[in-house]
Design a binder for this molecule. Structure first.
Ligand SMILES: Cc1ncc(C[n+]2csc(CCOP(=O)(O)OP(=O)(O)O)c2C)c(N)n1
Ligand SMILES: [Mg+2]
Length: 889
């Protein structure tokens, strides 16, 4: 069949249909592709009117999206670029191999980068901007396991010397090393984004692109053409995090976002979709989610075969094969391909009769073809109105000889000596064979044509990548006296720490200096936290403004959305909110804009739900406040087992840069917030905060004199024994401090036992400080011993310590090494229940009565209180000593 379009018709049609096709081709040739698309849309519309169902297909034939006749020629010097790529491949290989020879088992990966190399190189040579004017450049989320290739390029660029390369995965040898994977914490001048935990990179990239728009729309940064590139593994797309937020990107029209999925058809164990084709599946998923999809399946050497094949048989055969087949074709070589792929149809065998097995073996996949990649990237950066995904078909372990496309190739760290010798020979790397076997790196002289080329291209694009900045922040934190309203107490009015927080937040939003930098983030819980007033005050960010008249617009606190709104109302996604928190908490480095995120959420759905993202946030040197709302196993009443959090403080203690606090009163909260802003933004410390806030209302006392230091360090004496001479010490945190104060009263009035009450705002901080002191003592046995803060503070405080909180016993238990046998921890171990606070606290044994019982019991054992009187007291207080342990119920 004749056609005027450059691509031959590849399917068989009846004469009547063929006429329609011809008419369609005429239209496209005469009027352009848009008209062609319009016609199809009109036909589909007509069919729908007539009640004919024609669901639009989400997938297209297993071909490149960009046909050959639409390609532009490759603008680079192909020869030099191929040479550079070979050198980078060699150095990546040499680095990993050499290190494993030296230090068996140290690890590293080769096959991920080997499949990704050309995709990265085309970007480095032609697309990845390091700056946009005086603005930071493109952001690149690298596949974590491809790090050796990224290091090898930096080595060629002269950013690392030989010695640094020899310290790959050796970070503890007194010299700067190279971290296994992208970690800003470990290489703060180099990596921007931690990506190696699969799924976190793509999810963060989407919200990064969205946050970039947010900053632009709020005029906090200038609008640029800056792009966010996320390189994603095809196996990685199985993580719900990878695909779960695709809709956000299309809804927000994020044309600043480009995903490149490295479809090497393999994951760690074997094929990603042995029985299907991952590219088809992803095409459907992304297109269905509204993304612009570009498939880069076949390399240029297939074009000739497609042109020769007038029957459409080649495509038919391609679509018969599944990824398991494609893997074998690459693992088993040219003769196998001829027999198993082309051999199925005599016409196809004929098509490749003039090709040698070696030529067949070298038929490239699209992701290894510079021209195909260049054209896709060009389309992607020019595309407007939606995010783009490039699905690039590659070979895992490309060029690694016998390891190519094998199931085991992911973990290949060492090639055989022969393999290495072969590589240097084949690519003319001037390393002697003996040295090659040891993995000697090689870099041509700075004035060699290839290095000059590489440097010129990077210069033209503004410098090297990846690169991370840590600008010195010019920032003045508000003074504590500006928080007088909250440190002065609630004057008898009953409020919760959550309400206190929201009013502090609203105050901060009004601050002329830092107000605009505050980024409130909520996953559909604004009303839970009483944020309606803030919504009215600064509005919810909506990239397209508010296109409807809100039903409640006649109310003062209506649901206000604005294009320059300040609140990120994320909907029900803790992972997405955490990604926004990450973008905002690292903006001080990425955009040089020190935004201060306050992410407010159900504390139960924080650390245990998105703990890995919090870990990555810490790695990213993020700053900001995680505000765990509706906190506490007994204070969050009614909701039961899935909602009542009694352990987020245990989990928070595991993150090295996370300072966690469990304040009881609003003045404590004010002090912690003020100090946090000062430490993170004024002093530039790379830490962040986790603060629990509760929904129990009570009168907030005014701040006593001289407690600020204790609040931020973790403990202060809140209420000394009324009659002096305390014989026991009571610790309380969060709202349980009120129970402890009540216990103090009962103990004094009913049992004549004097106690001091302490507010413990952070066991985690107290422990960290004590550990630091202990370590110093351990390492300096000849010097006078230093005393941890907790012991300094408790100097002269007599008797047992009863510590109660709305969290697990292991939270206070952290201080056991310093409080030895004195400490009795009460806490909320076990699953929550639906009931009210009174019953919950009795059940978990953290109410005032339980504190009294624990105190008397302990004093009785110590011989300081009559045992029989203690047992009598239990009955008086209504404590059932034989009830089951809530920890196991
Ligand atoms: C959350 C998480 N789970 C598991 C791993 C372990 N892991 C590292 S690489 C890998 C396979 C990656 O396959 P793919 O995404 O296809 O990347 P490729 O190496 O093939 O380019 C796995 C399972 C990880 N890094 N992160
Ligand atoms: Mg893969």
């Amino acid at each position: 069949m004749e056609t005027k379009l450059a691509l031959p018709v590849q399917s068989k049609f009846s004469d009547e249909v063929a006429e329609w096709i011809e008419a369609f081709d005429d239209l496209v040739v005469g009027e352009g592709p848009e008209q062609g698309a319009e016609l199809i849309a009109a036909l589909r519309q007509r069919a729908r009117e007539a009640g004919i169902s024609t669901p639009g297909a989400l997938t297209t034939p297993y071909l490149n999206t960009i046909p050959k006749h639409e390609e532009v020629p490759y603008p680079g010097d192909r020869k030099l670029e191929e040479r550079l790529e070979a050198l980078i491949r060699w150095n990546a290989m040499a680095m990993v191999h050499g290190q494993n020879k030296k230090d068996a088992g140290i690890g590293g990966h080769l096959s991920t980068y080997s499949s990704l190399a050309t995709l990265l190189e085309v970007g480095y040579e032609h697309f990845f901007h390091a700056v946009y004017g005086d603005q930071p450049g493109d952001f690149i989320y690298f596949q974590g396991h491809a790090s050796p290739g990224v290091y090898a390029r930096a080595y060629l660029e002269g950013r690392f010397d030989d010695d640094r390369l020899l310290h790959f995965r050796h970070e503890l040898r007194g010299k700067p090393g190279l971290s296994s994977y992208p970690h800003p914490w470990l290489m703060p001048d180099f990596w921007r984004f931690p990506t190696v935990s699969m799924g976190i990179g793509p999810l963060n990239a989407i919200y990064q692109a969205r946050f970039m728009r947010y900053l632009e729309n709020r005029s906090l940064i200038q609008k640029t053409d800056r792009k966010i590139w996320a390189f994603v593994g095809d196996g990685e797309t199985d993580e719900v995090d990878t695909l779960g937020a695709l809709g956000v990107a299309s809804r927000e029209k994020l044309d600043n976002l480009i995903f490149v999925v490295n479809c090497n058809l393999q994951r760690l164990d074997g094929p990603v979709r042995g029985n299907k084709r991952i590219i088809d599946e992803l095409e459907g998923t992304f297109r269905g989610a509204g993304w612009h999809v570009l498939k880069v399946v076949w390399g240029g050497d297939w074009d000739e075969l497609f042109e020769r094949d007038q029957s459409g048989l080649l495509l038919k055969r391609m679509e018969e094969c599944v990824d398991g087949d494609y893997q074998s074709f690459k693992a088993k070589g040219g003769a196998y391909l001829r027999q198993e792929f082309f051999g199925k149809y005599p016409e196809l065998l004929e098509l490749v009769r003039d090709k040698t097995d070696e030529q067949l073996e070298n038929l490239h996949r699209g992701g290894h073809d510079r021209t195909k990649i260049y054209n896709a990237y060009r389309r992607a950066v020019e595309h407007r109105g939606s995010p783009t995904v490039i699905l690039a078909k590659t070979v895992k372990g490309y060029g690694l000889g016998a390891n190519q496309a094998r199931n085991a190739s992911h973990q290949e760290k060492k090639l055989t000596d022969a393999g290495l010798a072969q590589f240097v020979k084949r690519f003319k790397i001037p390393v002697p064979e003996q040295q090659a076997k040891l993995g000697k790196p090689y870099r041509p002289a700075p004035d060699s044509p290839e290095i000059i080329y590489l440097q010129e291209h990077r210069r033209a694009l503004g410098g090297y990548l990846p690169m991370r900045e840590h600008p010195k922040l010019v920032f003045k934190a508000p003074k504590l006296r500006e928080f007088n309203e909250w440190t002065g107490g609630s004057k008898g009015r009953e409020v919760s720490t959550t309400m206190g927080f929201v009013s502090i937040l609203r105050h901060l939003l009004k601050d002329p200096a830092i107000g605009k930098l505050i980024v409130p983030i909520v996953p559909d819980e604004a009303r839970t936290f009483g944020l309606e007033s803030a919504i009215r005050q600064v509005a919810i960010y909506a990239s397209e403004g508010q296109k409807y008249k809100p039903h409640d617009n006649d109310m003062l606190l209506y649901y206000r959305e604005e294009q320059d709104g300040q609140i990120l109302e994320e909907g029900i996604t803790e992972a997405g909110s955490m990604a926004s928190f990450t973008a905002a908490g690292t903006a001080w480095s990425n955009y040089r804009v020190p935004t201060i995120p306050f992410y407010m959420y159900y504390s139960m759905f924080g650390f245990q739900r998105v703990g890995d993202m919090i870990w990555a946030f810490a790695d990213s040197r993020g700053k900001g406040f995680l505000m765990g709302g509706t906190a506490g196993r007994t204070t969050m009443l009614g909701e039961g087992l899935q909602h009542q959090d009694g352990h987020s403080h245990v989990l928070a203690s595991t993150v090295p840069t996370c300072l966690s606090y469990d304040p009881a009163y609003v003045y404590e909260l004010a002090v912690i917030l003020q100090d946090g802003i000062r430490r993170m933004y004024q002093e530039g410390e790379d830490v962040f905060y986790y603060i629990t806030m509760y929904n129990e209302d009570y009168a907030m006392p005014a701040m006593p004199e001289g407690v600020c230091d204790g609040i931020v360090r973790g403990i202060y004496r809140f209420r000394p024994a009324a009659a002096g001479n305390a014989i026991a010490q009571l610790f309380g945190s969060g709202p349980i401090l009120n129970e402890v104060v009540r216990a103090q009263g009962i103990l004094a009035e009913k049992y004549g036992v004097q106690t001091d009450v302490w507010s413990v705002t952070s066991y985690n901080e107290l422990r960290r400080e004590a550990l630091g002191v202990e370590r110093w003592n351990r390492l300096h046995p000849g010097q006078p011993e230093k005393v941890p803060y907790i012991l300094q503070t408790l100097q002269g405080a007599e008797g047992p310590i009863i510590a109660a909180s709305d969290y697990m016993k292991s939270v206070p238990d952290q201080l056991a090494p310093w409080l030895s046998a004195r400490l009795v921890s009460l806490g909320t171990d076990g699953f929550g229940r639906s009931d009210n606070r009174e019953y919950l606290r009795r059940h978990f044994e953290v109410n005032a009565e339980s504190v009294v019982v624990a105190t008397l019991s302990r004093l009785a054992r110590d011989g300081k209180f009559d045992q029989a009187r203690a047992e009598e007291a239990f009955a008086e207080l209504g404590v059932d000593t034989e009830t089951a342990d809530p920890a196991h119920m």
